[in-house]
Design a protein around this ligand. Structure first.
Ligand SMILES: Cc1cc2nc3c(=O)[nH]c(=O)nc-3n(C[C@H](O)[C@H](O)[C@H](O)COP(=O)(O)O)c2cc1C
Length: 179
């Protein structure tokens, strides 16, 4: 939600790289995800419909979180809890979907820890984290408003993770029996 949020800028940089590989993307960030705390049995608030429907349709996801007090921010975790709405689907939760993960914090401890936690959440949701995830330390690596950074290894990592995401989605969505 914060202006100039680095986790939002990195998210958009990854989505741009994914679009460059031919994917169509839809983005939900900041205020789009400012939803009341999820609890089962509640009627879905209006603001959540589009988000839940988009995840239901998606072949792949990119999830980015700031590290807050050492882990995933409450806003992002709450948005992930809304995916409980996909429990009864033919493809429940994130089943069969590649998920690229980004964690951004002011230090390594929180960025690396947050990335690990995001992986655990995606596994619990039956998703497939890409082999490469991004743990970014925003005290040393920053992205500008155009989604660019002068840190070349991070630029290369963004491109590689986008490639892994699209490759997996193409393989998994291909017609024929699942491998
Ligand atoms: C409530 C709060 C808690 C935070 N906790 C941590 C933390 O535990 N460790 C850390 O390295 N950075 C912490 N940060 C800094 C953010 O991780 C940092 O600003 C980072 O760039 C991601 O946030 P952003 O997407 O808003 O830029 C915290 C920031 C806020 C607002």
């Amino acid at each position: 939600m914060d202006s100039g949020s680095q986790s939002d800028r990195v998210l958009r940089a990854v989505l741009t790289a994914v679009e460059d590989l031919g994917a169509e993307v839809q983005v939900f960030s900041g205020r789009d995800l400012d939803l009341p705390p999820y609890h089962s049995g509640a009627s879905l608030p209006a603001g959540a419909h589009e988000y839940v429907a988009a995840v239901r349709r998606a072949d792949a996801l990119v999830i980015s979180s700031p590290g807050y007090h050492g882990t995933v921010s409450g806003l992002v975790k709450n948005a992930l809890d809304y995916l409980e709405e996909l429990r009864g689907d033919q493809r429940p939760y994130l089943d069969g979907r590649a998920v690229a993960l980004v964690a951004v914090a002011r230090g390594w401890q929180a960025s690396v820890g947050t990335l690990g936690t995001l992986r655990q959440v995606v596994h619990a949701l039956r998703g497939w984290p890409t082999p490469l995830g991004l743990a970014i330390n925003s005290s040393t690596t920053t992205f500008d408003e155009n989604g660019r950074t002068d840190d070349d290894p991070t630029t290369a990592a963004v491109a590689m993770m986008a490639r892994q995401l699209v490759d997996f989605a193409e393989q998994w969505s291909a017609p024929g029996p699942r491998r």
